[in-house]
Write a protein that binds this ligand. Structure first.
Ligand code: GRG
Length: 308
């Protein structure tokens, strides 16, 4: 049986599912110009951890929902993420030669192709998200809110806006509030949107549950970027696939640069605990998403019996 048609199961290998659904969506545009198609596949299938789609699945699965309902939202957030990474590495942005340990898209192909790959993946995200099966439980109304939510998180008030603040702040010292704002826009907004898409796609209508998941997603996103900032200073290049110290080299505004390594660790722990506390207020079983976020943040776990 194919991964895509498997029924709901806590034992399904969700990462394999993400890969299969990404592949399915890309195969659907195979008739586009060959170099663009190859380069888009190169940018997507290069060893990403797939954290954002796994957030969609693990949030959605806290509700009684069929996995297939979550597929389109799951791939949409990964296409946006991959698109932003391709553009981020360009010479006009971070000018990085390596991504996930391999030549960045503009190095493997060329700059013009990489720009178009980013553009193409970005559009593919909305193509996937807007595919609507009327037999599934999410209504047209919630479908429009999903498209709106992703556009908001990716656009000038989200990733795109965060990126320009990031570039403009090179060599400057940001206040902690400015840094948090930039981090939320650049990284946190898509992490929060991934959680929110899991909730909306699952058809949740309970305002208290929606609010707690929103808060959880927002705090998780900020914690994730602090962790990322720390890994640039104290991480392992073999694991991250990027040279250690590149933020420092590029004079980036980061948590360690703003408040130091030790205070950054304290802040990471404080914000992550706040995120987990939001799950305590939720009246449904949230073990699955708690367990996944612990894994995502590298928190040591007890024996697990689910696959992510
Ligand atoms: C085209 C939507 C779009 C935006 C253009 C270039 C740009 C504006 C934004 C860049 C934003 C950016 C690179 C944010 C950093 C996000 C981040 C923390 C990446 C690392 O995430 P992981 O660890 O990476 O999930 P993998 O490689 O596992 O996917």
């Amino acid at each position: 049986m194919s991964i895509i048609s498997d029924a709901v199961s806590t034992k399904v290998d969700l990462k394999a599912r993400v890969e299969a659904v990404l592949d399915k969506q890309l195969l659907a545009i195979k008739s586009c110009p060959e170099q663009l198609y190859e380069a888009m596949r190169y940018a997507v299938f290069n060893g990403g951890k797939r954290l954002r789609p796994l957030l969609v699945y693990n949030t959605g699965l806290c509700f009684d929902v069929n996995l297939e309902v979550l597929d389109n939202a799951a791939v949409a957030v990964e296409f946006i993420h991959c698109s932003s990474l391709v553009h981020d590495d360009l010479p006009a942005m971070d000018d990085d030669d390596l991504r996930r340990g391999k030549p960045a898209c503009h190095k493997a192909y060329n700059e013009a192709t990489a720009i178009l790959v980013g553009d193409g993946l970005w559009m593919l995200a909305y193509d996937a998200l807007s595919q609507f099966d009327s037999t599934q439980q999410n209504s047209t109304h919630s479908h429009i809110s999903m498209v709106n939510l992703l556009a908001h998180a990716s656009g000038p008030l989200g990733i795109v806006g965060g990126q320009i603040i990031d570039m403009q702040s090179e060599g400057k010292t940001l206040s902690l509030t400015e840094l948090q704002q930039m981090h939320f826009m650049k990284t946190g907004a898509l992490i929060k949107a991934s959680v929110q898409l899991g909730v909306i796609t699952a058809g949740c209508k309970d305002d208290a549950i929606i609010k707690s998941f929103d808060q959880f997603g927002e705090l998780l996103g900020v914690a994730f970027q602090i962790k990322n900032d720390l890994l640039d200073v104290i991480g392992d290049e073999k694991i991250s696939g990027k040279p250690i110290g590149s933020d420092l080299k590029n004079n980036k505004a980061t948590y360690p640069a703003c408040i130091g390594i030790d205070s950054s660790k304290v802040e990471l722990s404080r914000i992550y605990h706040q995120a987990i506390n939001c799950l305590e207020n939720i009246s449904i079983n949230t073990d699955r998403i708690r367990s996944f976020s612990n894994k995502m943040m590298g928190v040591p776990q007890q024996k697990e019996n689910t696959l992510y």
